[in-house]
Design a protein around this ligand. Structure first.
Ligand SMILES: [Zn+2]
Length: 124
């Protein structure tokens, strides 16, 4: 069972992509120096920048909605077997103690999310 905040995870993956041009640029600029030295400097620069970005990603409350993802579940709504999602917790919704958690396929999960939003549940 994996509990992942999807938004944080996607943001984190996008953040890794942002480090690509920085690393590439430093390696190009330092192409005449030793490869190991250039890589160490590139990673140092990346670390100086992305420490703050990562800290934001993992601590900001604006990404607080928590989702649980499970493989090979039977969707509560359409009975299809696929990767399943369920909202566990958001700013004003808490199903962390749910003894019979309902998982939905991606398509049904999006529909359910819209229903919850209409009910005033904050899902960022
Ligand atoms: Zn479904």
């Amino acid at each position: 069972m994996i509990k992942v905040n999807i938004k944080r995870y996607i943001l984190y993956l996008a953040r890794w992509q942002l480090s690509t041009p920085i690393l590439a640029l430093v390696l190009i600029l330092l192409s005449t120096t030793n490869r190991w030295t250039a890589t160490i400097i590139a990673n140092l620069i990346g670390g100086l920048i992305f420490f703050w970005v990562d800290r934001y990603i993992f601590t900001t409350d604006t990404l607080a909605a928590q989702w649980e993802i499970k493989e090979n579940i039977k969707c509560t709504d359409c009975n299809s077997v696929s990767r399943g999602y369920r909202l566990v917790k958001s700013e004003n919704y808490d199903m962390t103690g749910d003894k019979l958690p309902k998982f939905r396929c991606e398509k049904c999960s999006k529909k359910k999310t819209e229903i919850l939003k209409k009910r005033g549940i904050k899902i960022k």
